[in-house]
Design a protein around this ligand. Structure first.
Ligand code: ATP
Ligand code: MG
Ligand code: MG
Length: 350
């Protein structure tokens, strides 16, 4: 079979490569770390170590693959133009530009009628004082770019907290704290003909800013907010000429769904779909970028619960494996670190 090119060498790329292999395709990973440090490389035929702004290296990589995708959105969009003479890039670079910057993604979603938390751009201490005075506290100060798993975030409970902060010299955003009764994600796949399918929305529970558990189906009070959230996600996908899997995260509130952020890629809250859906998010992403027909996103049982194995929680894998109902996934990371996603375990609800 042909080869798909994947930008990014983490566990999402690894699971994409495994799905591609099942369909007879090879994977070629492009990432900045040495090959031995990439968990995607462990299951891929080829690897290029290169930076995401090296246009010559990106072009040479693209010349060796049928299509390029990414598992990591913190890649500058402009240098990716070097890929286009050689291979298609899906999702398109515009999706990266929008999703990798919290100001861009919130403004973009607002133009489509979506509702994020109240927010203001912050470029310095004066901006922050003004934002806290305008929006109020509590709130969260976040880096506009490069954040994940709650990294690059500061909770601000009072204006005095803001005044005492030693601000990092990067673009920031201040968001009002959303009083939510639950969190959920919408994950869709959009094919090259523009058709869209959704997986069931999971209820997502976070601990210390990191996803801990995703449960499908979500409870009724969350499920009631999914249609409005899906309508927004579908508009986002159409406006971006999107191809592949797209994720939007939402807060479920008394006033309806509040948009949190989007990821132009497969998502941790969709890992349950590997065993829990007829076609997983990884398989349908691969199918979509290759222009193949999509598989059904329907549940295969009543539901599923996915627990992340974070840090040393993964050391308990022998006990997890001893329960024959568990679907255990370990990502092959050599080093266990606190807060690091080492694997996950899924249980189907019969
Ligand atoms: P991810 O790993 O999902 O990309 P991230 O680092 O981009 O995470 P966010 O999704 O912005 O972080 O925030 C992580 C979690 O912190 C959210 O899922 C939510 O639980 C909480 N949170 C973030 N922003 C807000 C907010 N404005 N109001 C209330 N809670 C929030
Ligand atoms: Mg994020
Ligand atoms: Mg998030």
């Amino acid at each position: 079979g042909a080869t798909i090119g994947i930008l990014g060498g983490g566990q999402l790329g690894r699971m994409m490569a495994l799905a591609a292999a099942q369909l007879g395709y090879c994977a070629h990973v492009y990432a900045p770390e040495p090959r031995a440090e990439s968990v995607a490389a462990q299951v891929s035929a080829a690897y290029t170590q290169g930076t995401y702004d090296d246009e010559a290296a990106l072009a040479a990589f693209a010349a060796q693959v049928a299509v390029v995708t990414y598992e990591f959105e913190n890649v500058a969009a402009a240098p990716l133009a070097a890929i286009l003479p050689h291979a298609a890039l899906f999702p398109p670079a515009r999706a990266l530009e929008v999703a990798q910057d919290r100001v861009n993604e919130k403004s973009f979603v607002e133009t489509l009628g979506g509702r994020p938390a109240p927010w203001m751009q912050v470029d310095g201490a004066e901006d922050l004082a003004r934002a806290v005075a305008t929006i109020g506290a509590p709130g969260i100060l976040k880096t506009r770019r490069d954040g994940y798993d709650g990294k690059g975030q500061w909770r601000i409970m009072t204006p005095a907290d803001a005044a005492g902060l030693d601000l990092p010299a990067v673009p920031l955003i201040y968001e009002g704290f959303v009083e939510f009764f639950g969190e959920f994600s919408v994950i869709l796949v959009r094919a090259q003909d523009g058709s869209v399918q959704f997986w069931d929305s999971a209820r997502n529970e976070h601990e210390d800013g990191i996803l801990a558990r995703s449960t499908v189906p979500a409870p009724a009070e969350i499920a009631a907010q999914v249609p409005a959230a899906r309508a927004l996600a579908k508009q986002v996908a159409a406006a971006l000429d999107y191809v592949g899997v797209l994720t939007l995260e939402f807060f479920a509130t008394q006033d309806g769904p509040v948009f949190n952020e989007m990821a132009p890629r497969v998502h941790n809250s969709g890992h349950w779909s590997i065993e829990g859906a007829i076609a997983s998010q990884f398989e349908n992403h691969v199918r979509a970028i290759l222009g193949l027909p999509l598989g059904s996103t329907e549940l295969v049982t009543q539901g599923a619960v996915m627990d992340n194995l974070i840090g040393e929680a993964a050391d308990a894998w022998p006990q997890l494996l001893a329960d024959p109902a568990n679907h255990l996934h370990l990502y092959g990371k050599a080093e266990t670190r606190p807060g690091r996603k080492m694997g996950h375990v899924t249980r189907l609800v019969q």
